[in-house]
Design a protein around this ligand. Structure first.
Ligand code: FAD
Length: 362
């Protein structure tokens, strides 16, 4: 099956790119149809991107701010609506209204380049494309750091990606690992029904009142600088600091955010800190280790293109991969937010179509 442009992933970033391709006048590519046009290949079972999988207690009044997709506002919904519910329905409508040619579930397994473009090995056969927009997010690549003893822990371990809400932890002791927004939200919820311990590698940074649009732009610029240098991106939220929403303020008042440094090893029954100059060795019993330790960019299918630098990242110029100008990454690095994904989708399509116009067609 041949397309001019394949968009891999149909979350916020992929749909934004799809919208821009539609506006640029491209048709949907169809199997058996004439070659050309564009298609979005998405591994999900249904619309919504990663939002479809987020835990039910992540309600609209508990997210930072979810920006509308380009050209169509979100429907109004009560603040206690689960974000997963609203966003899945909104994305489904969006795909229909703009007649976006999304094919799912289609997993892209490997991408290879040739003189004319790319060959994509997918769970539904081969696709070729002259240009690619990669919008595969991070949700499918949860990251858990390795600590000695992890395999011996007799309790339950789970990552944010597997968190469904606090109820299942009632009466237990839960150690939450990680200093980001997911960790503090898990702690606020779980501490209502269980006892908790919070461990982070660094002292958490709470956002102060002087955080404004300029500070937000500076944070995005910092992540942009990293990816231009070929370093792995860090989450934009990690740079902006943690905002104290009313839910987090209530948890703060309950003393939930007293933080400890990360333990030295995991024991069968909990975690252990070695002695330091200021504190004796210590063991803590735990029923659950909840790893709120983030995600990595889901880019394994691009491995045959050999884009990784020794520093572990991909050298970028905006959304364009410097070593492969027919490939754009959106929702990656500085554009890993709903507003960033919107802008990146639009910018990537504009630049990619200009590149393809200059290149001879196959
Ligand atoms: P995703 O939504 O993850 O979409 C990627 C799509 O690609 C998925 O549908 C997936 O199935 C598909 N895919 C993956 N691999 C393949 C493959 N190999 N082949 C085919 N398809 C594939 N941002 C905000 O602006 N505000 C917030 O309040 C906010 N809250 C957040 C809360 C949490 C817990 C997290 C983790 C993130 C939050 N973010 C928030 C970030 C935001 O959700 C994302 O940056 C944004 O939704 C962009 O998504 P995306 O399109 O890049 O990726």
């Amino acid at each position: 099956m041949d397309a001019d442009v394949v968009v891999i992933g149909a979350g916020q970033a992929g749909l934004s790119a799809g919208h821009a391709l539609r506006r640029a006048g491209l048709d949907g590519a169809r199997p058996g149809g004439r070659p050309g046009g564009f298609v979005l290949l998405d591994a999900g079972d249904g619309p919504g991107g990663a939002w479809a999988h987020r835990w039910p207690s992540l309600r609209l009044d508990r997210v930072n701010r979810i920006h509308d997709l380009p050209g169509m506002p979100q429907p109004a919904a009560p603040p206690d609506t689960p974000a997963s519910e609203l966003m899945s329905a909104y994305f489904a409508d969006y795909e229909q209204v703009f007649e976006l040619p999304v094919r799912r579930p289609v997993q892209v397994r490997a991408v290879r380049a040739d003189d004319h473009g790319f060959r994509l090995d997918t769970s539904e056969g081969w696709w070729t494309a002259r240009g690619l927009v990669n919008a595969t997010g991070t949700w499918t690549r949860p990251f858990v750091p390795s600590y000695p003893g992890r395999a011996d822990f007799r309790g339950r371990q789970l990552h944010t990606a597997g968190y469904r809400g606090p109820e299942e932890f009632a009466g237990q002791h839960v150690v939450v690992v990680g200093g980001g927004i997911s960790a503090v939200q898990h702690l606020a919820e779980i501490s209502e029904v269980a006892t908790t311990t919070w461990v982070t590698r660094r002292e958490p940074v709470w956002r102060t009142d002087d955080f404004d649009a300029d500070a937000g732009r500076a944070a995005v610029a910092m992540v942009d600088e990293r990816v231009r240098a070929g370093l792995p991106p860090v989450s934009v939220v990690r740079v902006t600091g943690l905002a104290r929403s009313p839910m987090l303020a209530a948890a703060t008042a309950r003393g939930v955010y007293t933080r400890l440094p990360v333990f030295d090893r995991i024991t069968p029954d909990g975690v252990h800190w070695d002695a330091t100059a200021t504190s004796p060795a210590r063991d803590l019993r735990a029923d659950v280790l909840l790893w709120a330790t983030g995600f990595r960019a889901a880019l394994d299918h691009l491995a045959p293109l050999h884009l990784r630098t020794p520093g572990g990242g991909i050298v970028m110029d905006g959304t364009r991969v410097v070593a492969e100008p027919r490939l754009h990454l959106v929702g990656y690095g500085p554009s890993a937010s709903t507003v960033g994904a919107n802008r990146a989708g639009r910018a990537a399509v504009r630049e990619l179509l200009a590149t393809l116009q200059r290149a001879p067609a196959a």
